[in-house]
Write a protein that binds this ligand. Structure first.
Ligand SMILES: [Zn+2]
Ligand SMILES: [Zn+2]
Length: 277
């Protein structure tokens, strides 16, 4: 398996960090976790197109994690020459959001169907809402989920993705919690979103400080990884964006609580997981 950090940014636009999204490659299956700003540009850099996605997995319905889902839907539809449903897995509420996106795309879908003789119907989407447990997708990769704690954003979920002997967990945005600990047990890699609470707490903006109570710091992500016996901790969703040359500072904060490998960096960072794939 392989993890590619497609977008390591956050709601704050940054010129070189796309919005939150991660590609998990399991054998020949491409699983997209979240679909933030610029996701298809970053996927293109990996040689992966919207038609190549086995499924889109949404951790929660915060806009920064799905702002380009409409682009994934449209591009999958237009670039696929045999109608192939796009499977979107997410927490309860996903269906309402996807329906609204499809409604917003109705004029475009109408134009394209009118113009192209071989396009006779709109995007085919299969939404699967999940809260806890195994997810049946018909993929070779086993996927399960558990509730995370990103309150007041509810519900939110993390995913455990298993292929052969390798296990990757995508936590999404969460504070440490039992559901995440359960997902992470013995995982080879944990992809965890983080914010630097030591920095954010000093800012004079209450709206930004409000984010402290529903995110994990690098230290908290490391504690989760340590508790669960994770092999590699992959940090992403850097708030604030990592200033050039300060990567080791972030790594050191996590390293106080976790002795395994710690990966962080720029968009398109690749982290191999397990052997064989
Ligand atoms: Zn969030
Ligand atoms: Zn977020």
């Amino acid at each position: 398996m392989q993890i590619t950090l497609l977008g390591t940014g956050s709601p704050m636009p940054a010129p070189d960090r796309a919005g939150p999204s991660t590609l998990v490659t399991a054998g020949d299956e491409n699983l997209l976790v979240d679909a933030g700003r610029g996701v298809l540009m970053r996927l293109a850099a990996c040689g992966v197109g919207a038609p190549d996605l086995a499924a889109v997995l949404l951790t929660h319905l915060h806009s920064d994690h799905l702002t380009d889902l409409n682009d994934v839907i449209t591009t999958r539809w237009v670039m696929t020459f045999e109608p192939t449903p796009l499977t979107i897995v997410g927490p309860p509420g996903t269906e309402v959001v996807v329906d609204a996106i499809l409604r917003s795309l109705e004029p475009d879908v109408g134009y394209r169907i009118a113009h192209h003789d071989d396009l006779v119907e709109g995007p085919l989407i299969e939404v699967i809402e999940v809260a806890d447990g195994e997810i049946e997708l018909g993929t070779a990769t086993q996927i399960s989920c558990a509730p995370t704690d990103h309150r007041p954003v509810e519900p939110s979920i993390g995913f455990r993705i298993e292929h052969g002997d390798a296990v990757v967990v995508a936590a999404g945005d969460t504070v440490p919690c039992d559901g995440l600990d359960r997902l992470c047990a013995g995982a080879d890699a944990l992809v965890h979103t983080v914010i630097r609470k030591d920095i954010i707490a000093t800012l004079p903006f209450q709206r930004i400080k409000d984010t402290l109570d529903y995110h994990s710091s690098p230290e908290e992500a490391a504690q989760t990884a340590h508790r669960a016996g994770v092999g590699t901790l992959v940090l992403t969703h850097y708030v604030p964006p990592i200033a050039p040359g300060t990567e080791d500072e972030w790594r050191a904060l996590a390293g106080e609580h976790f002795s395994g490998e710690i990966a962080l960096g720029d968009d398109l960072l690749v982290v191999p997981v397990g052997g064989g794939d």
